[in-house]
Each structure stands twice: as C-alpha cells, then as structure tokens.
Write a protein that binds this ligand. Structure first.
Ligand code: MG
Length: 370
C-alpha cells in the first residue's frame, strides 16, 4: 500500500474536501473472497462462451491484458488459464450497501458512480474528524474490516482530481492531491485517464495531437468548443485541475423504468408479448412506489447484434392507472412486430414525470464525450 502523508492541510479556506472511493477489481475480488480456489488466479467474471463479455477481471488476469468489456474469446486467447465465473449481482449489491453505509457514517453527501465507486464531500464530516485524508484512511479500514475487500481512495479538492487520485496507487492504495498541486498533476497525465474521456474520446484527441493534460491545457476554449462541443468547458477546466461540479447525493427523478436481459434470444411474437407482461409488472411496481405520474412510455429493445432501438408514446395527461400504462406498452410492441432479428433485452420507461419523490441519483450517471 502506498499512502501519502497527511499534512492536515487538505481543507484550505474555501475549498471543498472530496474523497473518491473505488473498490479494487470489485466483482472479481468478491468472487475470490467467496471462493478460496480462485485466489491468486486469473479470474474473469462473465460468460465464457459465444458472445460473452468480461464484466470484471482479477489483477492476476489483468497482467495478461484481460480487461472489462473485452470479448471473452479475446480474453481467453490472451490468458489461456483464465477462469470464468458467473456474475452474482446479489452478492455485489450486498457489498455495495455495506460500503455506502460506511460512507454515510461520515457524510450524507455521497454520490455513487456505480456499485463500487462513489464521491464523498467531507468538507463538513459528521464525526468532526476534519481531515479528509484521515477520513479516507478510516473508510478504507472500515471497508476491509466489514467486507474483507480492499478499496482505493483519492483525496482532493474536487471530484475530477479525487477520481484521478484514487486510480493513482491502485490496488489498496491512496493518493492525496493538495490545493496548488492539481494543475501540475493533471498536466503530467495522459488524457485517456481523465474521467469522461473514454477510449473513443482518447482516440479523437490523439488524432488532434493531444495525448497529455499539458497538451490539452495548451488549447484555448474556442478550439475546444469547435472540436468537443458541450464537453469543451469541462475539458478546459479539467486540464487546469478545476472542476466545479458539486457532489450530488440525490436528484429529482426524470424517469422510472426497468429492463431485463435474457439468457436466450427472444424472437416470436408470443414470447415477446409474454416478456412484456413481466416487465409491465415490474415497472408498474416501481412507478407506484415512486408515486410517479408521467406522460411518456418508452419501449426499448436490444437486438442480438447489440443495436438498441426504442419507441415512445406521449399522452396529454399523466398516466395514473395501470390499464393505460399496459395498453400503451402493448401498442408500442405491436407496432414493431415482427422484429427483423431476435432480441436480448427489453425495457420499459415512464418519463415526462410530474412531481414525484426525490430519488437516489442513478449510479450510471456519466459524462460523455460522444
Ligand atoms: Mg472499482
């Protein structure tokens, strides 16, 4: 473990204290924890056959170049001894709840990015510890004690830097970027490490001659706007170690919905209709619990070639009863039948909501370059 000394100066006047906590090789680590036979071995969580994709790879597997989102076939070629295990989302969700409880022990300003990652604003912490570095250390210890898993943490004065910092000394590491250090830190890094710059974004920057934070910082805002549109302002600030986004613990819900991925492909009309009924059940349950009243119903499907398509219907008055929601959902399906190819996923969403309860922020909220 690499840890940076705490000089207790991470709360300079007027600056926020932000921690980004990220579990190490999360799904794979949970599998190794629960099955000792997997420890010390290259493990991939995900399906091994056909069009399977690696959802997570253990550090032993990463040494061979195995990465998440990689086709399983490719992963197997890179690492012939790779052990594939099926994902167990219930187990991951349980750990996720444990770590969120630990976070909330210190602050209510917790913004999850996914099951295993979150930003915390500890400018004012509940226990009055005062030092963000100390809090991050305590959180890592508490996570290890409660879950028998390791987490890395980044500490800084904004979200962008905190996230870069948590990645700096992975696994089981920590890094602190203090006021005054952000710009230099960012400019020394490759832009592909910036949150929001995905592989495609990094490629685009590379084509434009930008590989490092320093090269990005050399571009003016007009140039960035011409090439990156609405993403330009974020990039301009990021290259200077500035990020004005607050940690958002909740948001007003914009939609309520759910979707299901199937283990087999669905193509016949009767199968699709049956599946739709199941999804109506699930989603209407969410709608009732959220007391959501919306005017748009969207049906989404993913073909076996991963292309996603959706169809929506908007009505004038908020939908208040299930019969109407059902009718609109069925109508949407009938309009697209027969499908040109089988599907793997179906989902329904109700949006254009009025009022409704405040809901936890969606964990998948992401910046996007494209
Ligand atoms: Mg992680």
């Amino acid at each position: 473990m690499i840890s940076v000394e705490d000089k207790d100066d991470d709360g300079a006047d007027g600056l926020r204290k932000i921690i980004h906590v990220d579990m190490d090789a999360f799904f794979a680590s949970v599998e190794q924890r629960d099955n000792p036979d997997l420890r010390g071995k290259p493990v991939a969580v995900g399906g091994s056959s056909g069009r399977g994709v690696v959802a997570a790879a253990s550090y032993e597997a990463r040494k061979f170049g195995v990465k998440s989102a990689m086709p399983s076939v490719t992963a197997k070629r890179l690492c012939p001894d790779l052990i594939f295990v099926k994902s167990r989302f219930d187990a991951y969700r349980e750990v996720s709840q444990q770590i969120r409880a630990i976070f909330r022990h210190h602050t209510d300003l917790v913004e999850p990015l996914s099951l295993d990652e979150a930003y915390l604003d500890v400018t004012e912490d509940k226990l009055g510890i005062g030092s963000a570095t100390r809090i991050a250390e305590l959180i890592r210890q508490e996570i290890r004690a409660k879950t028998r898993l390791t987490a890395s943490a980044g500490v800084s004065y904004n979200k962008f830097l905190a996230k870069l910092a948590s990645d700096q000394n992975k696994p089981d590491g920590m890094c602190v970027i203090r006021p005054g250090e952000g710009a230099d830190f960012v400019q020394s890094l490759p832009v592909r490490r910036f949150h929001g710059v995905g592989p495609k974004g990094a490629e685009k920057m590379d084509r434009l001659g930008i590989q490092t934070g320093a090269e990005l910082a050399a571009k003016d805002i007009e140039w960035l706007r011409a090439h990156f549109g609405s993403f330009a302002d974020y990039l301009y600030r990021a290259a200077r170690g500035i990020d004005l986004r607050p940690v958002r613990s909740s948001r007003i819900r914009k939609s309520v919905g759910g979707e299901r991925t199937f283990s087999r492909d669905l193509s016949s009309g009767s199968e699709l209709r049956e599946t739709l009924e199941d999804i109506i059940d699930i989603v209407w349950g969410y709608i009732e619990r959220a007391e959501a009243k919306g005017r748009t119903v969207t049906l989404k499907m993913k073909y076996i070639d991963f292309q996603i398509f959706s169809r929506a219907k908007t009505v004038d008055q908020p939908i208040t009863d299930r019969a109407q929601f059902e009718a609109l959902s069925r109508q949407l399906l009938e309009e697209v039948l027969p499908l040109p190819m089988p599907i793997r996923l179906m989902g329904l969403t109700l949006s254009k909501l009025e009022g409704g309860k405040e809901e936890p922020r969606r964990p998948d909220a992401q910046l996007s370059l494209l």
